[in-house]
Design a protein around this ligand. Structure first.
Ligand code: UD1
Length: 371
């Protein structure tokens, strides 16, 4: 049994981190005597990309905001490192929790590890094996630096084993983002997003796209957008647009075809997103989180990418990979819309209790090692 840490410190920075932090913050608040310090790096800073999530998910105000903002990978990572260093030295946490695969994750892990503070990686072991994705580099480096590797699924455990990570450090805790989904679904269903957007009671597609591989190359982005325009002649397409994607669309001067039921929205809050995902006939995305949420909900999902670090959503869930090409997307969409929908298959430890397992591991109360 390890000693009880007096301070746990969580570092978050980008939108998908916030849904993973929320249940950990709630579980920590239920434990008297445990101090949970929250550091927001400021990687995402627009109200709609950050504050909205803290408010909706009841996450306490961050104790520290590093306010790094946007920049190249090197500039952003370096600034997070510089500004996080005095914070971690002052707080002296027993564990620094880092989440997912964004620049804030790897930057904080590097700083803590080099100062001799222990690092816990929430969502360890995922691998796309696609080195053109900055997230893949962030994942591999973060795992290498971590003392606790908190894996969401058995394939992640296998990846770590194959890389020679000691089994002692690896715990199959489940998917912490599903904790947030489970806790939020009733509110999301009451929230009425589909009604507000005008698609209530209709079959519609829900779309998100923000990966550099899809949106930074104008020819690829144009082909995807034109395809969505075409799909919108068949059913309404609801597409909240990430700021990166919004900027690229503006640079290209692309506009939706007249009369197409393609609704380009500003980024929307978590409950609206979850409510729309839940009611959609089809989701088209390149997000990691949506691949997992649709699998949990049993909603067909097309992931516009050549690979996924979340293969369990394909082998056991409703996710299909599709090329960023008109013919491929339209054929896969037609097949998904025509297929009979079965009940969602539960995935091991995607059950709403992952945050409790994470704290049990970090506090030395339980182990979820896989032999
Ligand atoms: C980041 C993560 C990605 C994650 C995504 C979720 C990295 C390497 N990438 O990508 O893994 O899936 O967040 O959203 O960490 N911007 C704003 N307002 C904001 C934030 C960003 O306008 O609040 C714009 C800026 O022009 C910025 C661009 O979006 O340059 C990209 O932001 P950045 O955080 O670098 O990467 P994301 O594409 O958001």
């Amino acid at each position: 049994m390890g000693r009880t840490p007096e301070t746990l410190l969580s570092v978050v920075g980008a939108r998908p981190n916030f849904m993973k932090l929320a249940p950990v913050a709630r579980a920590a608040a239920r434990r008297p005597g445990l101090r949970h310090v929250i550091v927001h790096t400021g990687q995402h800073y627009d109200a709609g990309m950050s504050d909205a999530f803290f408010a909706e998910l009841g996450i306490p105000r961050p104790d520290h905001n590093l306010e790094v903002g946007s920049g190249s990978h090197a500039a952003q990572t370096a600034l997070i490192m510089q500004r996080f260093e005095p914070v971690v030295i002052a707080e002296r946490p027993a564990a620094t929790l880092v989440y997912g695969d964004v620049n804030s994750t790897v930057a904080a892990a590097l700083v803590a590890a080099k100062l001799g503070f222990k690092v816990a990686h929430v969502e360890a072991g995922l691998r796309s094996r696609d080195w053109t994705m900055p997230e893949e580099i962030n994942r591999v480096v973060t795992d290498r630096l971590s003392d606790w590797l908190l894996a969401p699924s058995r394939d992640a455990v296998e990846n770590l084993r194959a890389e020679g990570v000691s089994a002692d450090r690896v715990h199959l805790v489940g998917n912490v983002m599903i904790d947030t989904l489970v806790a939020s679904l009733p509110r999301a269903r009451e929230n009425g997003a589909a009604k507000r957007i005008g698609v209530d009671g209709r079959r519609f597609a829900f779309v998100t796209l923000h990966r550099p591989n899809n949106v930074d190359a104008p020819a690829t982005l144009r082909e995807i957008l034109d395809t969505l325009g075409e799909l919108a002649s068949r059913l309404p397409v609801v597409f909240p647009v990430h700021p990166r994607t919004r900027a690229r669309i503006a640079e290209m001067g692309w506009t939706a075809p007249a009369g197409a039921a393609l609704k380009l929205l500003d980024p929307i809050p978590y409950l609206d997103t979850l409510g729309l995902e839940d009611q959609a006939a089809l989701v088209i995305t390149d997000s990691g989180g949506l691949q997992e949420e649709t699998t949990y909900l049993g909603v067909p999902c097309l992931t516009v990418r050549p690979s996924t670090e979340r293969p369990i959503t394909v082998t056991e869930g409703t996710n299909r990979l599709v090329k960023a090409e008109r013919g491929a997307i339209l054929a896969a969409a037609a097949a998904a819309l025509e297929a009979k929908r079965g009940a969602a298959r539960p995935i091991e430890r995607w059950d709403g209790h992952t945050a409790d397992r994470i704290l049990e591991v970090l506090l030395g109360e339980a182990s979820y090692r896989v032999s």
